[in-house]
Design a protein around this ligand. Structure first.
Ligand code: SF4
Length: 700
């Protein structure tokens, strides 16, 4: 049992989970801390069940408190020196035989900016490998790619979250904040009380959809066709903002001609969404003085996810929304530091400040901050799934270091992922618990938790926040900055690294200066004084940038770009053998791979076994009753769930949550076909069959 002791109280900090980064205060309670919500701008005193129970993990009996080293089939306890020596020796041996790129790094969207930054620097400076990517690839990459193409910048919300309250109309595609980030609903609810009309596009009638004025319920993976159909209607009904298009955008002529293909009857046949609903939705957006289009993973986690996000951006631009007061396009980030995690260098093609690794000027700037020659920097590397697919192969990664991620549960097609991880010569994982991925490792490092370290996070709005240390980590536990610095020392590169978060952040500020995500003017003191600072913030006297597009977009000509996109069916269509569409998502009480939340008693009470949602008509066809155990099968594997019969899901679609591993793994089923632009896997749509395997009490 860990023996952590609170050191400072009360401590203002943030919830460790999602991108809302709700403000909380931590006060001593016995050997750990108690959580109280604070009046922070994103949560205004609200908190969800995950936030309330977050402190339970600090002294959880499963907590790792000593390094582990593999000895045959089992992991045995070891000293930090022994574990660090083993990893350094494996890196040296692998790179000596196979070259620098034979060692890979895989990070997480929950790491602080300091850790994400130092991990990217560690890969490029200490390892000189191009093989680094992170699990944000599975989360935000499609929306980020689309936003970069259209606006020249990728910040999930280009305006403060509170603007939602003022918008007269909102179209939300593939997101369910009522379950995934309940405190954010106060903004939606307040808007509805003021008369706002909300439209939700989702294959399920979710809690969010139930509160909306209009619900469009498409077949999974067909959102892009709806966006095209709505654009077609907007053109047909002369609802476009032509002055805005002329003054603030480029490329509309091409888009207009492409939209002709999406006549509404055709779109209804593709999507199952009635023409009248699409017509109504467009009119609501166009008739409102302020309107937003928001997308989330339901729209983006497809093999056509980038084009789908682009389709919604095109519609937003055609209606003149981005940059208008209380209007625009935004994407709802998932992971706690999903935004900052993709800005500072743990992504395969990036350097800090959202700079491109392939850009000579960016390389020169960052190399100067790091005190190395630009030619020493490796080039862009493979994306997450591409890296996984080549584990253990000639030219691929043979030794891997994983920080704060659990790809055995969270990556698509987990059977292949597990096998590929086994084909590595060496796997090291740093985590707080023995995750499914850590259990396969050769060395496991016990990592400090959110309340035991300082650092910054960047929330869904692009607001940089301060996460404060409220108590010491248990003896034997170190943070990831200490781990990376100790490894760099052993690799002879220690002089380039510091494990002091304030020093690392100061260096990050300099490395990001002049980049798109410019943090140069942000300090820990300012964040504390100002309730966070919005990037870009290029100088100490700069106020930060809560709203990005009021005057101009980030392309050199200041205009947003229409990008013509075309609907293609998802890679895997239902057929005789796998007759239904499978889609995946999150539930209210679990978070990501469940490595944390599955260990919290209060969160696990309701759902110890994940529930698959299926329509009663579909269930009847297969003799499935409420709460029966069922087996789902796809071309990649099989998995078991408890049946939840609900007419909230389409009759041709089955929904499963992805927070579990083992026999309940949703990602044993999912398709790893990649979006060609973002390399996002097709998590949200594949073909599935269903069989009843047992009654609720286990009888056959
Ligand atoms: Fe934590 Fe997100 Fe819940 Fe807020 S909404 S308490 S940040 S999990």
């Amino acid at each position: 049992m860990p023996t952590a002791l609170p050191t400072v109280a009360p401590t203002a900090t943030h919830c460790p989970y999602c991108s809302l980064q709700c403000g909380i205060s931590l006060a001593p309670r016995g050997r750990t801390v108690a959580v109280t919500p604070t009046d922070f701008p994103t949560n205004r005193g609200g908190l969800c069940a995950k936030g309330w129970s977050a402190a339970e993990l600090l002294d959880h009996p499963d907590r790792l408190t000593t390094p582990l080293v593999r000895s045959g089939d089992r992991l045995r306890t070891a000293s930090w020196d022994e574990a660090l020596d083993a990893v350094a020796a494996a890196i040296t041996a692998s790179q000596g035989t196979y070259g620098p790129d034979s060692v890979g790094c895989f990070g997480g969207g929950g790491l602080t900016n300091e850790k994400a930054y130092l991990f990217g620097k560690f890969a490029r400076v200490a390892l000189r490998t191009s093989a680094i990517d992170y699990n944000g690839r599975f989360c935000m990459s499609s929306a980020a790619t689309a936003a970069n193409r259209a606006f020249g910048i990728d910040r999930g919300f280009p305006f403060p979250l509170a603007d939602i309250e003022q918008a007269e109309a909102i179209l939300l595609v593939g997101g369910n904040p009522a379950d995934t980030m309940p405190p954010a609903m106060q903004y939606f609810d307040a808007a509805r009380e003021r008369g706002a009309r909300h439209i939700v596009v989702d294959p399920r009638r979710t809690a969010t959809a139930r509160g909306a004025a209009l619900h469009l319920q498409p077949t999974p993976g067909t959102d892009l066709a709806i966006a095209g159909g709505m654009l077609h209607i907007a053109i047909q009904e002369k609802l476009l903002d032509l002055d805005y298009i002329a003054a603030r955008t480029s490329g509309f002529a091409k888009l207009r001609s492409g939209a002709a293909a999406y006549w509404p009857d055709r779109v209804e046949r593709i999507t199952g969404v009635p023409v009248e609903s699409m017509r109504k939705a467009v009119r609501i957006l166009a008739d409102s003085a302020s309107a937003m289009i928001l997308t989330a993973r339901g729209a983006e986690q497809h093999s056509n996810g980038t084009d789908t996000a682009q389709g919604w951006i095109n519609l937003a631009l055609a209606l003149g929304l981005p940059g208008r007061e209380f209007s625009g396009y935004a994407t709802i980030t998932g992971q706690g530091n999903g935004q900052g995690g993709r800005e500072h260098g743990q992504k395969a093609d990036q350097l800090p400040g959202y700079r491109k690794l392939a850009d000579p000027a960016a390389r020169a700037h960052v190399a100067a901050v790091w005190g190395i020659d630009p030619d020493e920097l490796p080039g862009p590397g493979p994306s997450a799934v591409e890296m996984f697919q080549r584990f253990g192969e000639s030219g691929g990664v043979r030794a891997l270091l994983v920080l704060g991620s659990n790809p055995v549960v969270s990556a698509p097609d987990r059977t292949v992922v597990r096998e590929k991880l086994r084909s590595l010569d060496f796997l090291a994982v740093a985590d707080i618990f023995l995750s499914e991925t850590a259990a396969q490792a050769d060395v496991v490092f016990p990592a400090a938790q959110w309340a035991e370290e300082d650092g910054t996070m960047t929330n869904l709005e692009g607001r940089v926040l301060l996460r404060r240390r409220a108590l010491d980590p248990p003896p034997g536990v170190r943070n990831d900055l200490q781990l990376l610095t100790a490894l760099a020392n052993r690799l002879g590169k220690g002089k380039y690294f510091s494990d002091d978060p304030a020093v690392v952040f100061d260096e990050l500020r300099r490395a990001s200066a002049g980049g798109i995500a410019d943090y140069a003017g942000i300090t820990y003191d300012r964040i504390a004084r100002e309730n966070g600072v919005f990037w870009p913030c290029p100088a100490p006297g700069h106020p930060g940038t809560p709203r990005l597009f009021s005057e101009r977009f980030a392309h050199p000509d200041g205009r947003a770009r229409f990008i013509p996109v075309h609907f293609h069916e998802v890679a895997e269509q239902p057929d005789d053998r796998y007759p239904y569409a499978l889609t995946t998502g999150r539930t209210m009480r679990q978070y990501q791979s469940g490595n944390q939340t599955r260990r919290v008693k209060a969160l696990n009470l309701n759902d110890p076994i994940p529930r698959a949602e299926l329509h009663p008509d579909l269930a009847r066809r297969h003799g499935i009753g409420a709460s029966d155990m069922i087996e789902l099968r796809t071309r990649r594997g099989r998995s078991q769930f408890r049946a939840e019969l609900t007419d909230a899901v389409r009759v041709d679609t089955i929904f499963v949550p992805f927070h579990w591993g083992g026999v309940h793994s949703a990602n044993a089923l999912t398709d790893s076909t990649l979006d060609p632009h973002s390399k996002m896997p097709a998590f949200k749509a594949c073909a599935v069959s269903v069989t009843r395997i047992a009654s609720p009490d286990g009888d056959q």
